[in-house]
Ligand binder design. Structure first.
Ligand SMILES: Nc1nc2c(ncn2[C@@H]2O[C@H](COP(=O)(O)OP(=O)(O)OP(=O)(O)O)[C@@H](O)[C@H]2O)c(=O)[nH]1
Length: 318
């Protein structure tokens, strides 16, 4: 059973409703007897959103810049500290409205090299009237491109502020979103009021076999989802040392959709050392490391729409 602490990244353009969602999802988990923790990143030097969150909830703030551009190491450190100091059951990271989620995913996976956390889901909130206006003005503006990035990386999309648009707008937005991300679950909402039981169930099932997941989605949701093989990051913990030859072979057979992987290995032929591996743009690199604290044997794979099930089989054969 996977005991790693689940991490959820909350993305979405400035003012789309991330904090609104965060407050509600925290209440939901707190009432369910769980201990959530929050990491907030603000471009400015103060965190006003943090004031909206119950002070009992452990919170770390990264202020004065966007973690995706300048302070990536800070986010990994914030995760490490919050886990060590507060032992949460679940962690939410609220990114700045201008963050590129792929960079945040990198920081989370960096942290998962050092302790048992794992990226569970990326939720993107879109502001229905704002997005509609940008889309229909038909201009390839920077903001729209950033929103597209945020939409593409999500596996749960909330079309928020539905009180401000009509049903025809919803149909147009759903079509626009599905064209950019056919794998995410799309939920229209007012004030981010979504079915949190369903949200929790779907998040939990992300680790379940493909078949069961599909069944859950189709029975409860009745929306168009082609596949839930779409994962942003898969974290695998090894319970035994691996052979370097087999490992290299496995990496060489990775589909092109897996564009990044990294991890810490114990190698059969080099049992006394700990080896860090890095894989990017089809190049694999090994570095011996000497960590001060205990580290897990772990590999993290990042990509778009790759088959997690297929990868798991390859990893189990190592
Ligand atoms: N009309 C309307 N307003 C909403 C809705 N959801 C959130 N808001 C309001 O929109 C504003 C921004 O919401 P936040 O939750 O702070 O948005 P955010 O994404 O955290 O904003 P940043 O931290 O600036 O990126 C607040 O005033 C909310 O009350 C909605 O569904 N409808």
């Amino acid at each position: 059973m996977n005991t790693a602490i689940p991490i959820y990244i909350l993305s979405g353009f400035l003012g789309s409703g991330k904090t609104t969602f965060l407050k509600k999802v925290i209440d939901f988990y707190t009432h369910a007897g769980k201990k959530p923790a929050v990491i907030m990143n603000e471009i400015g030097d103060v965190n006003l959103d943090g004031l909206l969150i119950d002070e009992e909830v452990p919170m770390a703030e990264i202020l004065g810049g966007c973690v995706c551009c300048t302070n990536r190491g800070d986010l990994s450190m914030a995760i490490l500290n919050i886990v060590r100091e507060n032992s949460p059951d679940i962690i939410f990271i609220e990114s700045t409205g201008i963050a590129n989620p792929m960079e945040i995913i990198e920081s989370v996976t960096d942290a998962s090299l050092l302790l048992e956390v794992h990226l569970k889901s990326l939720i993107t909130v879109v502001d229905a009237p704002h997005l509609l206006e940008l889309v229909e003005s038909n201009q390839k503006k920077k903001t729209l491109r950033l929103m597209e990035e945020q939409v593409r990386s999500a596996n749960y999309l909330i079309i928020n502020k539905m009180d401000r648009v009509g049903t025809d707008a919803l149909i147009r937005l759903q079509s626009w979103l599905t064209q950019r991300n056919s794998h995410a679950l799309i939920k229209p909402a007012e004030y981010c009021e979504v079915d949190f039981h369903l949200f929790d169930e779907l998040s939990r099932n992300t680790d379940e076999p493909q078949k069961k997941l599909k069944k859950t989605f189709t029975t409860i949701q009745q929306e168009h989802h082609h596949s839930h093989d779409h994962v942003m990051a898969y974290t695998h913990y090894f319970d035994h040392p691996v052979s370097i030859d087999n490992f290299e072979q496995m990496i060489s057979k990775l589909p092109k959709e897996v564009y990044r992987a990294k991890g810490i290995l114990r190698l059969i032929d080099d049992a006394e050392n700990i080896t860090l591996f890095q894989y990017a743009y089809r190049e694999l690199e090994f570095v011996k490391i000497n960590p001060q604290a205990k580290v897990p044997n772990v590999a993290v794979f990042i990509g778009e729409n790759f088959s997690k099930d297929h990868l798991i089989v390859q990893l189990h054969n190592l």
